[in-house]
Design a protein around this ligand. Structure first.
Ligand code: FES
Ligand code: FES
Length: 167
């Protein structure tokens, strides 16, 4: 029998995730959140830590295509699943329709808020929750900031949703 790997303790697990389309295997402390795994271990700092308690949405990422707050998900819960971060949206240097719409409609918040807003908007459109301003506001309400910009973000979501409907 091979000796136990000293780097593996009862507090660690090996997990594999498909991260932005690439298979990654990592050893994580079982108490590590998905947000901390992304930022601290994998150095993907586009996903932001705002409140770290599920209130602001700055840490929004997609887990198997659905949005989650990375600060409320343990890294081990992502084992065997697909994780997409803001770094994984644009492909080959091409911004997505949602990213482009945020620029075109000036839906920009600070660097802390914008990545989460874009991730949430992308999922909101994919979910089809874009039938009017009230619905967009409701389904984007998990992303907060103390500043303005909400009207432009709603416009950006509407515009991107309209483009998504075009075959
Ligand atoms: S950092 Fe996760 S919701 Fe605020
Ligand atoms: S705190 Fe980020 S835009 Fe308001």
């Amino acid at each position: 029998m091979s000796p136990p790997d000293p780097s593996i303790s009862k507090w660690t697990r090996n997990i594999t995730v498909v991260l932005n389309g690439e298979r990654r295997s990592v050893t994580v402390d079982v108490r590590t959140t998905l947000l901390d795994l992304l930022r601290e271990q994998l150095h993907l700092t586009g996903t932001k830590k705002g409140c770290n308690q599920g209130e602001c949405g700055a840490c929004t990422v997609h887990l198997d295509g659905r949005r989650v707050n990375g600060c409320l998900v343990l890294a081990v819960q992502a084992d065997g699943r697909e994780v997409t971060t803001i770094e994984g949206l644009a492909r080959d240097g091409e911004l997505t329709t949602v990213q482009r719409a945020f620029i075109d409609h000036d839906g920009l918040q600070c660097g802390f808020c914008t990545p989460g807003q874009v991730m949430s908007a992308t999922a909101c459109i994919a979910e089809g929750h874009t039938r009017g301003e009230a619905e967009i506001r409701e389904w984007m309400s998990g992303n907060l900031c103390r500043c303005a910009c909400y009207p432009q973000i709603v416009e950006a979501v509407r515009a991107a949703a309209r483009k998504a409907e075009v075959p």
